[in-house]
Design a protein around this ligand. Sequence first.
Ligand SMILES: Cc1cc2nc3c(=O)[nH]c(=O)nc-3n(C[C@H](O)[C@H](O)[C@H](O)COP(=O)(O)O)c2cc1C
Length: 200
Amino acid sequence: MATAPLRVLCLAGSARSGALSVLLRDAAGRIANELGAETSMLDLRALKLPLYDGDHEAAHGVPAGARQLRDTIAAHDALLMVTPEYNGFPTPLVINAFDWLSRLPAAEGTLSGLAVTANKPVALLSSSPGAAGGLRAMNFLRQYLQMAFGMLVVPRQHAVGHANAAFDEHGALKDEKVGQAVHSVVQALLHVAGALRNPG
Ligand SMILES: Cc1cc2nc3c(=O)[nH]c(=O)nc-3n(C[C@H](O)[C@H](O)[C@H](O)COP(=O)(O)O)c2cc1C
């Protein structure tokens, strides 16, 4: 019996038009498709999450966008996340969305936000016009997702430096070595996700 394709949810830490992280997310997503996976792109801005505020939570509960994020993650075998770097750190768009996710309690018939992320494989990429490619932010994101969310962050990662010059007019990575590095990250993610789906 043929196995169903792995489902990979692809996220970028920026939603601005022309975002380098979105270009890299989409390039990595196409690689995942070439390797046989199904991909979905989620725009974190479309979740319309307010800035986390305990008073807002007490008055209104956790916003619907956090449940949408939880349900979308639950419907996928793995995540692929591309982070930009703001002052050495991942962007508020990502941290705010995941902070809200962490506040979702289990309810009848639904898992908590943290139960959905636990043991879910995720691979990381970063991008920046700078030479280091957002590596500092990516390493913080690794720690955040591992330590707080129990995610299985695959060891292989890649920071795309000088990302403002890395893509051609079709959004493809121009440098073969960079393309290979991104390919190896996606491959590692699918390897882990496949092994978790079919243990032994
Ligand atoms: C508030 C802010 C802080 C930034 N800090 C860094 C930084 O620490 N390191 C870096 O490489 N680039 C930094 N940048 C530049 C971003 O890498 C650049 O704007 C990038 O294009 C943002 O990602 P995006 O294209 O996916 O939106 C910063 C940009 C902003 C707006």
